[in-house]
Unconditional design. Structure first.
Length: 309
């Protein structure tokens, strides 16, 4: 009997489900998040598997390898990193370096692998390509010279001939689209990964535990710190715990934080979110203008809570 073709995973999470599960109402992947989407102006309550993903985000096209090989390979690493994060939340202490290295590798992975970074790369590529095309069609002499050289180099088939005025009109009206293949995005992300990892690993890390009376911490669809050159960076790992990475060893390895600290971290996470924030409850506390503001996400976003399909 012929074997059934293996099903290829297409829903790829750029923020792992295990990490998001830390912020559900049960602290597990079966629980739900309180989520707010700034683009749709909607409040909803999804499970971790229903947010922070894109179809074929990690798809590769390599002979002899499944399209979801990278996504599959990242799974065991992310699962182990989440196990160490859960241990930190239980003990309130930093683990041994061989264990903690999984955590800051996860932070680096979140930092380089997200739709916002890919969108920024695409905008840069589009700008550069438009500049080149406008320059190429700025004079007929330059255009003809570049076409001739491209044919000699084998980039353009000899029989193809597009008149200068036709190409100039094509460029002027932007009758084209510019995109970056997913595999090229992936190559770029893993090229810069080591540099980002070095910056994170060189920090002095501390575990911050929220005081019993203080409100919860939140997370978002871009949870890794975006300003890696800042004196201090934050990474929330549960509603009651966060990691502090400092340039200098001025903070103890473990300490408690109050409501003001929570509000400051939550405000930073909200500002760095691409479009969605996630919380254990619908009530979120922020520090704004030196004052603590407590708001209900469900009331701010007019629509009623629902489960996302």
């Amino acid at each position: 009997m012929p074997s059934k073709p293996q099903q290829v995973a297409r829903r790829h999470h750029y923020v792992s489900q295990g990490y998001l599960a830390q912020f559900t109402n049960t602290g597990t992947s079966k629980g739900v998040l309180c989520a707010a989407d700034f683009t749709t102006k909607e409040f909803f309550q999804p499970k971790p598997k229903e947010v922070a993903f894109e179809f074929d985000f990690n798809r590769i096209e390599i002979d002899g390898m499944a399209p979801d090989a990278l996504e599959t390979a990242l799974g065991p690493f992310e699962s182990r990193a989440i196990r160490h994060i859960r241990e930190i939340c239980i003990t309130g202490k930093l683990p041994a370096m061989d264990s903690f290295s999984y955590v800051y590798n996860l932070i680096a992975l979140f930092a380089v692998r997200n739709p916002a970074m890919r969108e920024a790369a695409l905008r840069t590529e589009q700008h550069m390509t438009r500049v080149i095309m406008n320059t190429l069609t700025s004079s007929e002499t330059m255009y003809e010279s570049e076409i001739r050289r491209s044919k000699e180099a084998g980039f353009i088939r000899p029989e193809l001939n597009v008149p200068f005025h036709q190409m100039k009109d094509f460029v002027k009206h932007e009758a084209y689209t510019i995109s970056i293949p997913t595999q090229r995005h992936i190559h770029t992300e893993f090229t810069v990964f080591n540099d980002v990892l070095d910056k994170i690993a060189q920090r002095y890390w501390s575990v911050m535990t929220v005081e019993p009376r203080a409100p919860d911490l939140i997370t978002c669809d871009r949870p890794a710190p975006t300003l890696l050159g800042a004196k201090t960076i934050f990474f929330t790992i549960s509603p009651r715990h966060a990691l502090l990475g400092a340039e200098k060893p001025y903070a103890p390895c473990e300490f408690e934080i109050n409501a003001e600290h929570v509000g400051e971290i939550n405000a930073e996470l909200m500002s760095q979110a691409t479009k969605q924030i996630y919380s254990r409850t619908s009530r979120v506390t922020l520090l704004s203008g030196g004052k603590l503001i407590s708001c209900d996400l469900e009331r701010i976003f007019a629509r009623r809570s629902r489960s996302q399909p």
